[in-house]
Design a protein around this ligand. Structure first.
Ligand SMILES: Cc1ncc(COP(=O)(O)O)c(C=O)c1O
Length: 460
């Protein structure tokens, strides 16, 4: 590194320490070592301010589907900014939002044809809950306002979305929360409280729990069920066979809306445009963000069925909700360029073709004593770490803290792999690389994990 770039790096480090407030971050962690500053990206790799290369095994934050450093996305952005940098979607439309809405509707399953743009995932979830509430008011069922979601599920951070969260550790401090949010069990088969020997029956039980919750709360008070196709938080809980079909039936039986929160799972993460398509169910609403633009600009959306917009198409009715930057022209233009890349390079097919090899490569890690489970679908996996494989004994809070924050997070990054060591449920490593990755990156991920997890075990 030249002297001037060394000075730049030092200045950045000092300015970050002094002025930047990082999200969900214990700032004290960086009292005695550097804040990682990522400066550049190309394909599946990023480089820090000291020039060190990392494999981006988490696509930033489940975002960069098409990989880093795509010049055509930068070009699309410049072109749109020059033509029309900003105009709101409040009473006006602009071509890039219209084109993107049409395109998303063409990909979305069934009668999901309406696109309400947001700037990210929390706003999409927030919008979905607000739509459900206003929709039922307009339909003469004002008592329906509650939502049902699953234990440990993450649905965002704004007060409404936070209330839908099942991650209690990030909720309690903000109480009182928005009333009317109810939890049901997730589909963690590895730790199934019932039917641990039969995946299908376990799935039936988990879906039945949704019905029981609706009956307990009173069906006339329940507006919507929010579920991810694969639940991220807790470590990639996939749906058991028949689970979503049964949930759909339950929602229909009680007139409850089914919201598929696909902020992570859409746009190829599971090898399809939408996770609902992969698992064959028809939601009423799909919430998306992250991969829609591969992170080249912030954008999210709530995609709604024809049924849900219907009461808003007449008279003086309007959905009383809006966000200044939602459907920003530049973000829409970038999202369109991103979807062009998906189509031209066949990214969905690429994931479907390579998924078995990816899974098989990660499954090799099962021979390590610390690896209890490897689960997920598409390019989206969680590896659960345990103290004892036979009994599935997990780590206590102190051990988890030492293992994840004290060792693994730093060691994996040191070893050149960006991934996530998470303990919102039981401790897991999460892997979610760009959709362009193939066996070269799968092997690299496996090798880093093998060496760091082996070392972690020796520290226990
Ligand atoms: C399923 C799900 N919903 C909502 C969100 C919130 O999205 P954002 O961080 O863009 O607000 C996330 C973020 O990770 C998510 O995974």
């Amino acid at each position: 590194m030249s002297t001037s770039s060394q000075q730049d790096a030092t200045h950045l480090q000092e300015a970050a320490r002094r002025h930047l407030w990082m999200h969900f971050t214990r700032m004290s962690t960086y009292a005695d070592h550097d804040i990682p500053i990522i400066e550049r990206g190309e394909g599946a790799y990023v480089w820090d301010s000291k020039g060190k290369r990392y494999l981006d095994g988490l696509s930033g934050l489940f975002v960069v589907q098409a990989g880093h450093g795509r010049q055509e996305m930068a070009d699309a952005s410049a072109k749109q900014a020059a033509q029309l940098a900003y105009f709101p979607l409040w009473s006006y439309a602009h071509p890039s939002a219209i084109e993107l809405a049409e395109r998303l509707a063409s990909y979305a399953p069934g009668d999901i044809n309406r696109v309400f743009f947001t700037t990210g995932g929390s706003e999409a979830v927030e919008s979905a809950w607000k739509l459900a509430r206003q929709y039922f008011r307009q339909m003469g069922e004002p008592g329906r306002y509650k939502v049902i979601s699953r234990d440990i599920a993450y649905h965002g951070t704004t007060m409404g979305a936070l209330s839908i969260n099942g991650v209690t550790a990030i909720k309690n401090i903000f109480e009182p929360l928005v009333p009317g949010s109810v939890r049901v069990p997730n589909t963690n088969f590895y730790r199934a409280p019932e039917h641990g020997d039969d995946l299908t029956r376990f799935g039936q039980w988990a879906a039945d729990e949704i019905e029981r919750a609706i009956l307990r709360e009173g069906p006339e008070s329940v507006a919507a069920v929010f579920l991810e196709p694969v639940q991220n938080s807790g470590g990639c809980f996939t749906p058991p066979p028949g689970y979503f079909a049964q949930v759909r039936e339950i929602c229909d039986r009680y007139g409850v809306l089914l919201v598929s929160d696909e902020v992570i799972c859409a746009f190829g993460r599971l090898g399809y445009w939408f996770g609902a398509e992969r698992y064959g169910y028809q939601p009423d609403i799909i919430t998306v963000a992250k991969g829609m633009s591969s992170g080249y600009a912030p954008i999210g959306a709530m995609l709604a069925s024809d049924k849900l917009i219907e009461p808003f198409l007449h008279g003086d009715s309007a959905f009383l909700h809006g966000i200044t930057f939602a459907g920003h022209p530049v973000s829409c233009a970038i999202a369109l360029a991103n979807l062009d890349i998906f189509e031209r390079e066949g990214l969905l097919e690429h994931v479907r073709t390579n998924e078995p090899e990816f899974r098989a490569t990660l499954e090799k890690l099962r021979d390590l004593p610390i690896v209890g489970d490897v689960r997920g679908d598409g390019y989206f996996y969680g590896i659960e770490l345990v103290k004892d494989k036979t009994t599935k004994e997990t780590f206590d809070d102190d051990e988890g803290e030492r293992l994840l924050r004290g060792f693994l997070s730093g060691a994996l990054f040191e070893a050149g792999l960006v991934c996530r060591a998470d303990d919102r449920g039981d401790p897991v490593i999460q892997i979610s690389p760009p959709l362009t990755c193939d066996q070269t990156q799968f092997d690299e991920i496996e090798q880093v994990l093998r060496s760091v997890l082996t070392e972690a075990w020796s520290h226990l």
